[in-house]
Design a protein around this ligand. Sequence first.
Ligand SMILES: [Zn+2]
Length: 150
Amino acid sequence: MKCPFCGRDNTRVVDSRPVEDTNSIRRRRMCESCGKRFTTYEKVETIPLSVIKKDQSREPYSRSKVQDGILRACYKRPIPVEKIEEIMDSIEGEIFDRADREISSNQIGEIVMEHLQALDAVAYVRFASVYREFKDVSTFMEELKKFMEP
Ligand SMILES: [Zn+2]
């Protein structure tokens, strides 16, 4: 994509996110030549984004599904709602950066885990234990159970 300021074809995407209700994706781009930033809106002409599940079946990507998993993991943790919304936005940005038309549920899980790990240890382990069999950290889990019991 050409930079609207200097005309050179040397831009990179710094942030992507879907625009609610419009089937388009907003991308922030930065020109590597002149350093200026600009925004583009790209219409999604095809099926927005498919998630490949473990059994290889596909379903449409759903923000609320990802968010539900995060909220479940953060249940009763001392995490402000704004913080959750914030990581939800960066997680979604990353999903749309990495995915072209399809992304596996595993990849989404990995992205979510990366963000939860930095946010809250208990939320991270809760989420991870759902997403993959966490044999290697069973001792870690035992340790965290103390905090997880109501
Ligand atoms: Zn430029």
